[in-house]
Design a protein around this ligand. Structure first.
Ligand code: PEP
Ligand code: MG
Length: 600
């Protein structure tokens, strides 16, 4: 029987596929398809792993000291029995044979199925055997990891989907950390659903950058959806439909085709300059997470990178952090890929919902933080790790020898932090000069993402070349709403008059001071805000490449003089969202018909 689950829409479009349930602790298990010709070899891999684990358990059994409690030996017997049980190994082989999942993926898929069956058992003793099963699977996964058979050391492989030639897959998980989601960037999944998370949580942001339909904050989704269920993810409405009827499925397939057509139409705007009807040039930049994303930015027609979230280079690491050389090469790769267009590299912004690898010393500090969103995050962390910060600054400066680099500093609130940052940068420059490393002039900007920064903007404008408004955090800190917490997601309101006033004032003041100003939070990529932001004078927007065509379409249809006349009424309204609909609809009605370049 079909049912629906409601969550928050975070990445648009419709995905239809079979559910793959991944528990948080197993997100880092390799997920890839094996070539049909290698299916039997993969089953052999599983068989050898099973034999090895059986041997391990047998040895443990033999080496038990004579005075060991009897329960220990009985427990090992249970583990051996589970290991050889057909419901584990037989069914796992079936996932490999029929779905072409790699052994690790097949094993965790089958564990999800069996774990549910255990959960539903009435007998408490039997229910508790779930923990034993998990331990046996952990042992198998450990052995398999030793002889990783993944063609690309465990990274999910997109092209391999063709091997399977079967149903598309969607990922269902209770929670996925942004770092883990990043592993799925080149993945086999066409959409995903999580139980937790807010609209601008970093997991949602990575989903948007992957440009796959996603719903977060769907509460019970991972409990209600079963492995292999048919699932429709409506990323526009935030609805997940499980095992839909044929007629509902057909309706969604139709909408999916419509949305693909719409995308194809919009993509034709790629080379059209973003100029409003009244001749205002608007800069549309891209947000990226990794250097490889620069290609998508160019493809979407971005005229530069407005936000390179460098912290993604720091995630998914085995306990170390990227050093100067590694970072320099990564920044250089992005800079060269952009062929002379500006690349704005933000200094590392870890903390809050982007924590470093579990093994890292640094994260241990975060773990003890009571409220990570208010803790040692972003520039605060950088200043507390001077050697790490020094290496990053040197790497960014060195990349400037290969193209136009700008640097952006996140989460500044205190003038003391500004001074320390400027001094650290100065020191890095002097060191590079002494060492003979070339670098060019790098413009330095501050992110305005805490209300304190917006309220003391003149100080920022004195010290920085430009400012970039991080609306995701500005909303979080203005309204005291954790952006990653689905329990308060309904109060996370980008239309709140206080937020809009801070944004509008920041733009106006920066412009009066002759400083560059852009918005790089999610608001910049949401076409619902384009008129308002143009009306308050914004001319530089930075967003996910996938959002760029829709925003460009709004720009091409805008008359900024008329928008400016009406924006006051929106900003002073108690309900700016409703006011913007009425005020800007009037502008649209009066705007002259768009020229040929804008007709779609
Ligand atoms: C923001 O806060 O708006 C922003 C762009 O930074 P991040 O989302 O990475 O915190
Ligand atoms: Mg931010």
């Amino acid at each position: 029987m079909g049912f629906q689950v409601f969550g928050l829409p975070v990445s648009r479009g419709i995905a239809i596929g079979r559910a793959v349930l991944v528990s948080s602790s197993r997100v880092d298990v390799a997920h890839y398809f094996v070539d049909p010709a290698r299916v039997e070899a993969e089953i052999d891999r599983l068989r050898s792993a099973r034999d090895e684990v059986a041997q391990e358990l047998g040895t443990l059994q033999k080496e038990l000291p004579p005075d060991a409690p009897h329960e220990l030996s009985a427990l090992l017997d249970v583990h051996l029995m589970l290991l050889h049980d057909e419901t584990l190994t037989g069914a796992t082989k079936q996932w490999i044979r029929e779905r072409h999942y790699n052994a690790e993926w097949a094993l965790s898929a089958q564990l999800e199925v069996l774990a549910r069956q255990f959960d539903e058992m009435d007998d408490e003793y039997l229910r508790e055997r779930k923990a034993d099963l998990e331990q046996v699977v952990e042992r198998l996964l450990r052995v398999l990891a030793r002889d990783a058979g993944a063609p690309d050391s465990g990274v999910p492989v997109v092209g391999a989907r063709d091997f399977a030639g079967e149903d598309p897959l969607v990922l269902v998980a209770s929670d996925i950390a942004p770092a883990d989601l990043l592993q799925f960037k080149r993945s086999v999944f066409t959409g995903f659903v999580t139980d937790v998370g807010g609209r601008t949580s970093h997991t949602a942001i990575v989903a948007r950058s992957m440009d796959i339909p996603a719903v977060v904050g769907a509460r019970e989704a991972s409990r209600l959806i079963r492995q292999d269920d048919w699932v429709v993810i409506d990323g526009d409405a935030g609805v997940v439909i499980v095992n839909p009827s044929a007629i509902v499925l057909e309706e969604y397939r139709f909408r999916q085709r419509q949305s693909e057509l719409e995308r194809a139409r919009l993509s034709r705007l790629r080379h059209t300059p973003a100029v409003t009807l009244d001749g205002q040039h608007v800069e549309l930049l891209a947000n990226i997470e990794l250097p490889g994303d620069a290609a998508a930015a160019l493809e979407a027609g971005a005229v530069g990178i407005g936000l390179f979230r460098s912290e993604f280079l720091f995630l998914n690491r085995e306990g170390d952090l990227p050093g100067e050389e590694e970072q320099y090469l990564a920044y250089r790769e992005a800079v060269e890929a952009m062929r002379g267009l500006p690349v704005t590299i933000r200094t590392v912004d870890v903390g809050a919902d982007k924590s470093l690898d579990r093994m890292s010393l640094h994260e241990l500090r975060h773990e003890h933080t009571l409220n990570p969103a208010l803790g040692l995050r972003a520039i605060r962390w950088s200043l507390s790790e001077p050697d790490m910060f020094r290496q990053q600054l040197r790497a960014i400066l060195r990349a400037s020898a290969h193209g136009k680099v700008r640097m952006l500093v996140p989460m500044l609130a205190h003038v003391g932090e500004i001074r320390q940052t400027v001094e650290a940068l100065q020191r890095a420059k002097s060191e590079l000069e002494r060492a003979g490393h070339p670098y060019t002039d790098v413009e330095v900007g501050a992110m305005i993402e805490v209300p304190a920064a917006a309220l003391m903007l003149p100080v920022f404008l004195r010290h920085f070349d430009f400012v970039s408004i991080g609306t995701n955090d500005l909303i979080q800190y203005t309204l005291a709403i954790d952006r990653a917490d689905e329990a308060v997601a309904h109060l996370y309101d980008p239309w709140h008059p206080a937020v809009l006033r801070l944004v509008a004032e920041t733009i106006a003041q920066a412009q009066r001071a002759g400083r560059g100003v852009s918005v790089c939070g999610e608001m910049a990529g949401d076409p619902a805000f384009t008129d308002l932001l143009l009306g308050v004078g914004l001319r530089s927007f930075s967003m996910h490449p996938s959002q760029l065509p829709a925003v460009k379409q709004r720009v091409l249809r805008a008359d900024t003089r008329r928008l400016a006349e009406r924006v006051g009424a929106v900003l002073t309204s108690e309900d700016p969202q409703a006011a913007s609909v009425t005020q800007f609809a009037v502008v649209a009605a009066h705007a002259p018909a768009p020229g040929p370049a804008t007709v779609l």
